[in-house]
Ligand binder design. Sequence first.
Ligand SMILES: Nc1ncnc2c1ncn2[C@@H]1O[C@H](COP(=O)(O)OP(=O)(O)OP(=O)(O)O)[C@@H](O)[C@H]1O
Ligand SMILES: O=P(O)(O)OC[C@H]1O[C@](O)(CO)[C@@H](O)[C@@H]1O
Ligand SMILES: [Mg+2]
Length: 319
Amino acid sequence: MKRIGVLTSGGDAPGMNAAIRAVVRKAIYEGVEVVGILHGYQGLIEGKMEKLDLGSVGDIIQRGGTKLYSARCPEFRTEEGQKKAIEQLKANNIDGLVIIGGDGTYRGSMTLTKNGFPCVGIPGTIDNDIPGTDYTLGFDTALNTVIECIDKIRDTATSHDRTFIIEVMGRDAGDLALWAGLAGGAETIIVPEVEMKIEEVVERLESGTARGKKHSIIVVAEGVMSGQDFALKLKEHANIETRVSVLGHIQRGGSPTGRDRVLASLFGAKAVEVLMAGHGGRAIGIQNHQVVDYDMTEAFEKTEVFDQKMYQLSKELSI
Ligand SMILES: Nc1ncnc2c1ncn2[C@@H]1O[C@H](COP(=O)(O)OP(=O)(O)OP(=O)(O)O)[C@@H](O)[C@H]1O
Ligand SMILES: O=P(O)(O)OC[C@H]1O[C@](O)(CO)[C@@H](O)[C@@H]1O
Ligand SMILES: [Mg+2]
């Protein structure tokens, strides 16, 4: 490999910049050139790229967002779009590609690998929904952001004896809701992976009230329904009055935590090593505290990533 590309795609995540830095610095250390592709797969199709040197990734390890910008690109879902992308990679003498993003970004890279172009994936998404890795970049930072918000909302919930609904990100994935809810002591956590009946939520609230509990926090992942819709349901079903907080994109911004920076550095360096060894279709991750690479397609064929046991525990601990 003489020249590799790197791109970020899907929702941005704190730690993406630290990963870009690690890819660039490790590759250059190994004598390999790096090209940064702008705006994810959209920029790849359009040939928007620039050579990255050591200095170009200075002063970004601490920054949220992504220096390479990100995008969601419907065209790349088509064979024609994928063909254009491969043509651009060839025309720019790029021998391999590091993609940093979520599950959709991984699925996109698998189409390139299938077409004979070697890609290695670094997990970068606040959703923590990539099979085969215990953590994705950005999850820890987003988790801490949400916990801080829950703590603040709990202060005012306590003062006013109120029930609050906090809507967090997660269109299809409940990890952020589960972890933040557990860490924030939420009384009820609602995630896309587990069906929860409104009767059960009401019962939990009412049994808390019967024990003298005067305030309550419900964390709902946006994929289940909006916080506002959930508030309406509670009102209609049991005349329960609530306040709603939608945390929104604040969850995706901010300076990455130490954990995300370190993981990003380890993942970035490993991705370059794997690509230089000529392996495509691999994903980088952390399993039981070890940085690993594994077959991306196989991982996506298998397991559910959501931790049902942890979900059960969250119910047992907040009654
Ligand atoms: N099945 C697929 N085939 C080809 N390309 C895909 C596929 N799924 C997603 N992509 C490409 O990857 C991009 C990013 O995917 P997506 O929007 O699902 O975000 P993500 O990477 O999962 O990140 P996040 O969920 O954290 O926002 C899509 O806009 C599309 O260009
Ligand atoms: O910013 P957008 O494109 O609305 O994306 C929101 C989605 O992205 C994610 O935050 C992941 O990045 C999901 O949890 C959420 O549903
Ligand atoms: Mg995703």
